[in-house]
Design a protein around this ligand. Structure first.
Ligand code: HEC
Length: 124
C-alpha cells in the first residue's frame, strides 16, 4: 500500500513538475546508460519515428510491410489517436491484412500520440 502511494506520488511529481525532474536529471552525472535512454520529450512526431524502427515497415507514400502513412491518414481521424497510439505500443493485426504490427513497449503513450498525429497529418 505504501509502495503504491509512493509510486503514485512519484508519477504525480514527474507529471506536474517536469522542471524539478530536469534539474535532478542534470545533477546526476551521466552514465553510459544515457545513450540507451534517448530523451524524446522535445522531438516532433516525425523525429520520433526516425529514432525507431517504423520506417522499416512504413513509408509515407507507398505500402511496404505495413500500410503507408497516407493510407492510415485516409482511414482514420483525430478521434482515433488514442486507439492508434495504443496499437503502436501493443502491436496489432487484422486491419490491413495478415501481417501483424510489432509491439513497441518502450514507446511512451505521449510519444506514440505524437507519431500518430504526424501520420494523420499526411492526408493528401
Ligand atoms: C515489423 C513491421 C512494422 C514495424 C516495425 C512498424 N509497423 Fe506499423 N504496421 C505494420 C503492419 C503490418 C500494420 C498493419 C497491421 C494490421 O493489419 O492491423 C501496421 C499498422 C500500423 C498503423 C495502423 C494501425 C491500424 O490499426 O490501422 C499505425 C498507426 C502504425 N502501424 C504505426 C507504426 C509506427 C509509428 C511504427 C514505429 C514505432 C510502426 N508502425 C512500426 C508493420 C510495422
Amino acid at each position: 500500500m505504501k509502495k503504491l502511494l509512493l509510486a503514485g506520488a512519484l508519477g504525480f511529481l514527474i507529471l506536474s513538475c517536469s522542471k524539478k525532474e530536469n534539474t535532478e536529471a542534470q545533477s546526476v552525472p551521466s552514465e553510459t546508460s544515457a545513450v540507451s535512454e534517448p530523451v524524446k520529450a522535445n522531438l516532433s512526431g516525425d523525429q520520433i519515428i526516425e529514432t525507431l524502427d517504423c520506417s522499416g515497415c512504413h513509408a509515407v507514400n507507398e505500402r511496404m510491410i505495413g500500410p503507408s502513412y497516407k493510407e492510415i491518414a485516409g482511414k482514420y481521424s483525430d478521434k482515433d489517436i488514442e486507439m492508434l497510439a495504443s496499437k503502436i505500443i501493443e502491436g496489432g493485426s487484422g486491419v490491413w491484412g495478415g501481417v501483424p504490427m510489432a509491439p513497441h513497449p518502450q514507446v511512451s503513450k505521449e510519444d506514440a500520440k505524437k507519431m500518430v498525429e504526424y501520420i494523420l497529418s499526411q492526408k493528401k
